[in-house]
Design a protein around this ligand. Structure first.
Ligand SMILES: C[S@@+](CC[C@H](N)C(=O)[O-])C[C@H]1O[C@@H](n2cnc3c(N)ncnc32)[C@H](O)[C@@H]1O
Length: 259
């Protein structure tokens, strides 16, 4: 908690807005896709499903691989309602991911950490995209599958199992990934391992978003390592998420932007 407060103060002291941005690439991206939160109405039906889950009486068995959140640490059973209230990507971030996908016209998308599939549904709204999403808990994945069926989404593939084993199998195929969202095992080692595995399948216009970059010291360390990676040219800190780009024609720059 102290780490999060100190990190927020640091972010707040460093954040800048559009007035401070000179380069066309970042100015355009920030003003048109990051700052302009204009796609809320596209996702109202998904938000109704979130409300239902927040009132669900069901219990599920969470996956116990590494830190996921403070919502169900080492619990054998967790309340669906509590996960739906506290353990999911916020709608504001899901809307941002959808806008970033339209920015680089993402077709092949990977999400690490499906949970109930709400964020997946946001991303799958782009009908010419294909989302491969990974979830370790069979019971949580079953709820996600029910949601995908309800929304009649056919552009989602859910892989159930430990990402440590499933992701290398996936990235060993020759797939080209346009967009990846990492929101699963919130520890340093797995996060870096997943980043490096995804990187093999990225191209110059790909984007990776890392969630919860100040959730713990380990996550901040992972974010710092990712930012410094030689293939990362631009990195953007929005406090709740970090975004990285690999465009070879850009010189390495880091931005802390108001969001
Ligand atoms: C924070 S939640 C994802 C929330 C999701 N992005 C959303 O808002 O709809 C993280 C999920 O990752 C899963 N997870 C964590 N570590 C995992 C691992 N090693 N393999 C597979 N799934 C894992 C957890 O079971 C949990 O459901």
């Amino acid at each position: 908690m102290i780490h999060q407060i100190v990190s927020y103060v640091n972010y707040w002291l460093n954040e800048v807005n559009a007035h401070s941005l000179q380069a066309p690439f970042i100015y355009n991206l920030y003003t048109k896709y990051i700052q302009s939160d204009d796609n809320r109405q596209d996702f109202e039906a998904i938000e109704k499903t979130r409300k239902k889950l927040q009132n669900s009486p069901l219990l599920v068995t969470p996956a116990n691989w590494g830190a996921t959140s403070t919502v169900h640490p080492n619990a054998t059973k967790a309340n669906v309602s509590v996960i739906a209230k506290k353990g999911l990507t916020k709608p504001k971030i899901s809307r941002l991911l959808a806008r970033l996908m339209s920015y680089n016209d993402s077709k092949q998308v990977v999400e690490l950490g499906t949970s109930f599939g709400l964020n997946t549904l946001y991303m799958a709204q782009k009908s010419d995209s294909h989302i491969t999403t990974f979830e370790g808990s069979k019971e949580i994945a079953d709820i996600a599958l029910t949601n995908f069926e309800f929304f009649e989404r056919e552009n989602i593939e859910l892989i159930t199992g430990n990402i440590d084993e499933e992701l290398p199998r996936f990235t060993n195929s020759r797939i080209r990934i346009d967009f990846a969202y990492i929101d699963a095992n919130h520890r340093y080692e797995p996060t870096i391992k997943y980043f490096n595995q995804l990187l093999k399948r990225m191209h110059d216009d790909s984007i990776i978003v890392l969630d919860d970059i100040y959730w713990s010291k380990e996550m901040t360390q992972a974010w710092n390592t990712i930012k410094e990676h030689p293939q990362v040219t631009h990195s953007i800190d929005l406090f709740e998420v970090g975004i990285v780009f690999f465009k070879p024609d850009l010189s390495k720059t880091h931005y802390t932007l108001m969001f």
